[in-house]
Design a protein around this ligand. Structure first.
Ligand code: BJ8
Length: 432
């Protein structure tokens, strides 16, 4: 990383503090990821991406900027990457997933704010996130109150464009979201000096759909009886999708899927037979938040699917590629995006349908409902989800936890008991 100091300096970063962050990450990654046995060979690409997370990718962003391209930071899967790409700009996901940034966030936000918001704001104000430092514009959205108010503060440090996301899914809300996409198009055209045309948008729709398709292919491999990849690795790949170059990501992830499909043919599994299969649902896990998956997979469970924004909500449903005019393309975008079932919507029964659907498709044995502390929407929605799962006879456990590892032992004990119960259920079903 030593070679990059000049680059980081040019991005106005706090180098001393950034050194502290760089010291923690390799050890953390090594303990969680490199300790796994029998990982697919193709995971080497993602290991490399993580080792260069503040290096090579940032160098690429700097080069794009030197060549006149703009870098746009986003925080929510509702912000259409297709528009960013069609404007000739580069999109990067900015949600903070590290405890390291929380104290800085707490300097200006209430302590009882969700860690994702605190870490995102802290990453900017501490000057230790080169992605934030590389952005020409960040795009916020009106989802939860914590984020909504954070944009006003972040706007003092960096230009922010806020998209007004409706909280219901009626026809008038769809029309409103189309309007917001149009405003976003105008904003990016002004910023980049590039006109977004039917052709450029059509190409971008195809590209981002391809990224969705490769993620769907990866997730499909996780439906196999013998799991060819750990949930931790799958989570990492989804997290990397948010900031890697889309074309390279698609190519590398297809290569990985080839290997996974061969593993399935040959019956290779990374878990011992009978390991309880877990569907995780809830709030997003921004990189490097690997905590829950790591605890699950070192406590006797295997994560087979995530109904989260760093999981299925990111790639499910494609944008219609047949729309010909700009207006129809915008409508196609609004239709696809408003199909995402985030707890900030009311009602949000589509999410319950998704959880039950994925539970069956991935042949899960139980559901772990994950929520970050102070996330009211997801915490409150637990009741409706639990009632529906109880009716279906689907076991579920709620885990509310932040980024600190302090409660890891306690969570492990609870999960071990949950997995034991799932195994007993399974045995009982077999002997019936
Ligand atoms: S579409 S889940 S990415 S808003 S920041 S709501 S955890 S209190 S992230 Fe999200 Fe878009 Fe919805 Fe997905 Fe809760 Fe924290 Fe708010 Fe959060």
């Amino acid at each position: 990383m030593a070679d990059y100091r000049e680059m980081w300096q040019s991005l106005d970063m706090d180098l001393e503090k950034h050194d502290q962050l760089c010291e923690i990450l390799p050890q953390f990654y090594g303990d969680i990821y490199l300790s796994q046995e029998n990982r697919p060979e193709a995971m080497n690409y993602y290991n490399f991406v993580v080792s260069e997370v503040h290096g090579l990718r940032i160098k690429e962003l700097c080069e794009h900027r030197k060549n006149g391209k703009k870098v746009i930071g986003t925080f929510c899967v509702f912000v259409p990457d297709e528009v960013i790409n069609a404007a000739g700009a580069v999109g990067v996901g900015l949600c903070g997933g590290s405890e390291f940034w929380e104290p800085d966030g707490e300097k200006i936000l209430p302590r009882n704010t969700c860690p994702l918001v605190k870490a995102s704001v802290g990453a900017k104000i501490s000057g230790t996130c080169p992605y934030f430092q590389s952005c020409d514009l960040i795009v916020g959205e009106t989802t939860c109150d914590g984020k909504k108010k954070a944009w006003e503060i972040l706007n003092e440090y960096i230009p922010v464009h806020v998209m007004d996301l409706p909280q219901m899914k009626r026809e008038k809300d769809n029309i409103h979201w189309q309007d917001e996409i149009k405003m976003f198009i105008r904003k990016l055209e002004k910023l980049t000096g590039n006109k977004i045309t039917e052709e450029s948008l059509a190409q971008s729709i195809k590209l981002i759909n391809k990224r969705r398709k490769v993620l769907a292919r990866l997730y499909n491999a996780r439906k196999a009886d013998k799991l060819p990849i750990s949930g931790k690795d799958a989570l990492l790949i989804s997290q990397i999708a948010f900031y890697d170059d889309p074309k390279r990501f698609i190519e590398k992830t297809n290569e990985l899927c080839d290997e996974l499909e061969k593993r399935i043919e040959n019956g290779v599994s990374v878990f011992k037979e009978g390991t309880p299969r877990i569907l995780v649902t809830g709030t997003p896990m921004a990189i490097p938040n690997w905590k829950l998956h790591h605890i699950i997979e070192t406590s006797g469970g295997a994560v087979v699917c995530e109904e989260t924004c760093t999981g299925s909500r990111y790639f499910e449903n494609l944008v219609d590629e047949d729309a010909k005019t700009l207006d129809d393309q915008i409508k196609a975008l609004a239709d696809r995006y408003l199909n995402i079932n985030c707890a900030c919507f009311t009602p949000n029964s589509g999410r319950i349908d998704d959880i039950i659907k994925y539970y069956k498709e991935y042949r899960a044995d139980g559901v772990v409902y994950f929520t970050l502390p102070f996330c009211q929407t997801y915490a409150t929605e637990f009741k409706k989800v639990k009632d529906a799962l109880d009716k279906e006879g689907i076991p579920v456990i709620m885990i509310e936890t932040g980024y600190s590892l302090q409660d890891a032992g306690q969570i492990k004990t609870r999960l071990e008991a949950f997995f034991e119960m799932l195994e007993t259920n399974k045995q009982a079903a077999i002997s019936e």
